[in-house]
Design a protein around this ligand. Sequence first.
Ligand SMILES: O=C(O)CCC(=O)C(=O)O
Ligand SMILES: [Fe+2]
Length: 364
Amino acid sequence: MPSLTVPPAPHRISPPTTQEKLDYADLAVIDLSKAQDATGRAQLALELSEAMKTVGFFYVINHGYTSAQTERMFDIADIPFSCVDAEEKRLYAAKIKETGSYQGYKPRQYWHIDNGVHDQLEHYNFHRDVTKRQHPEAVRPFLNEIEAFARHSHFNVLHPILRLLALGLELPEETLVNLHGFESVGETWVRFMKYYPRSQADELKTKNVWLKGHVDFGSITVIYSQPIAALQILGPDGKWKWIKHIENALVINAGDAMEFLSGGYYKATIHRVVQPPVDQQNLTRLGLFYFATTDDNVKLVPLAETPVLQRVGIVRRCADADAPTMESWRKGRTTAYGQSQLKPSEEGNVEEEVINGVLVRHYN
Ligand SMILES: O=C(O)CCC(=O)C(=O)O
Ligand SMILES: [Fe+2]
């Protein structure tokens, strides 16, 4: 008889949060349960655009998953790493350079971090249509749940946030939603990510940086909050602040594509990953993400018809005529990341490269 229950996944006990007193970023908390009616959305849009103009990161709570649903997804997220052997992982390695896409595994040590040290994190990426590719055997029983997770992230998180961001620009609510179709051609994807503790020698050579300061290249990144402290954002005062874990919350930020579309109004904030505090240093760190890009054919120029931009002015990183499409931008950023030769900039601790004619900076 076919089973009506979901397949068992090894259950991970969630590690405790750190006891260390860290300098945490003070982020707005957007309560999505208030987005049901127009009055609530208008209020949230104000809170959100304030956060996006200043800090650029915010939390979302009450997004519609129970803690148990989130926990189940973290259990599933570990499977491509702990239940697939090295040989099978190689079969499903992403063809990052050839395709400009991360679909599949990004193996450990693929990226150069600093001083000859390579990363110690692996990720497995699914297009939101999980049937587009084959997946490792251990992952296959969970594909329905992973696709349901993509749909939840898309329709219950991404689209509601895009409606608030459009309202914040005084545009019709569906303006940004219409550029992010679930069925459209475009990359928007689910990522499972696992960071492993590193050697003391690597920590020294990289000054404890696990993933260099960067901005994401897409429009919106949804990070399902997890207990191991390591993510930091660069504040307007030039200081790194830690992101605090909130159970069953989401940590959300905008990437380049949103900065381009909003003419610089919504900031793509620089963030990085560093060695966790002492009481969490021997743990692996499991991440669950939904990375949104616009549809591939969207040209990344400012939505200049917005009254807000007409008032405050538009900041461009390139002339509109030279602006890349989402497809060429995501491919350019993906193939270069961690592989290209970066040039030190005039500013200390910053390295630069040019992608599609646009300057991209990396922060140490
Ligand atoms: O692991 C994290 O918390 C953030 C990772 C990140 O910034 C990225 O994958 O772009
Ligand atoms: Fe990032």
